[in-house]
Design a protein around this ligand. Sequence first.
Ligand code: F6P
Length: 461
Amino acid sequence: MSRLVVISNRVAVPKARGAAGAQGGLAGALLAALKPQEGLWVGWSGNENDNPPSAPHIQTNDGVTTATIDLHPQDVEEYYNGYANSTLWPLFHYRIDLTEYSRETGKGYERVNDLFANAAAPLIEPDDLVWVHDYHFIPLGERLRNQGLKNKLGFFLHIPWPPTRLLVSLPYHERLVRALLKYDLIGFQCTEWLESFLHYCVKELGAQVDERTGEITIEGRTTTARSYPIGIDYEHFMEEGRSREAGQAEQRIIASTRDRTAMIGVDRLDYSKGLPERLEGLARLFERYPERVRDLVFIQIAPPSREDIGSYQRIRETLEQKTGEINGAYSQIDLVPIRYVNRGHSTAELFGIYRASKVGFVTPLRDGMNLVAKEYIAAQDPDDPGVLILSRFAGAAQQLTEALLVNPHSPDELESAIRTALEMPLAERKTRWNKLSECVRNENISSWTASFLGDLRDANL
Ligand code: F6P
């Protein structure tokens, strides 16, 4: 069997795994994908270095070999903080108002893609399957081809693909998409993002698209694009749920909320997650039904993220201010309506926290998939399951149709969904949860990996 080489910006060393679930599903998901096979994982070490060594640092931990490289501070600024997270991230999350366009960061992005191609190419053997992940490395496949690699090259985008009308605002958008088409297989989280991509290929590039197979033909070359909804590492998550740590976290929530219902949100502190809008919905509830303050406690876990970027600093300030305002207005001498926690939590702790929370509040404004929604479902007690409130703009909404689907921009809808969740009879909670949990259990990380890699192996070169 061919070896798997994964390339992604973040690399999780196995022992650091606990934090991955809370802070972005990608690293944890890839670790699960790599563990059963003898594979290699190439990415950024997370370190800045004024004199980065050109050869990657290779180590094997718990059966997974990683090859990581340090980046020069200017590379981090232009590639990671700049083009990846101040241009592509906001644009791909439909936030054209936050999107910054600069030649320097664009060049930095290309330079770092070259750097990774130079570092990875010598490590790749002729039979290896190469699987590149996320918006940091859109042009990497083209760069690897330029180095003479003939391997099958797959790419998976973990975030949304924007509508053509937004994408065309990106200078050199054509160059970026043409580079992406150099991969043999391109995967998206759901059909909505896939359809936007195919639309772009037809409208802007004049490509021939077969919507049934996902084949895109341009200038005599054919590549395939399909949707592969990512799932959680179900077995591992359930195993963590049986740990003492999970039980203790569950008890801490139960003991500290007493006769109030806990409603939980867990998100990287990112403007795409709709956190201020979520608070608006909660404020609307308390405004209309002040007595609900005694029924409900909202726990928002939000580990800070990308803290060097202005838009992230601003969203943090907004959130702190709104939390303070709502707590100030609705706290009573013996209770506070919102617990706002900036610390990350281990997978086991999260399991316990989800299980003790009878409402899951997952309302991003736009999200590639959202694995918190799936983890919340997996953690529920089958005899007394909680209710998931889910944004219709998360990729997960296409699969988790038995959740209470909401428009996160509407405080009225959020307010009414919270009341519906609090009042939902046990029989309805069970019926909904049974369907949701079947999907989360079956469409898991192993089936995701198997279906993408199966198609990549079959891809025609
Ligand atoms: O899932 C999307 C993603 O951007 C991943 O690529 C990334 O690892 C994760 O979110 C967390 O973001 P960051 O790596 O910038 O901390």
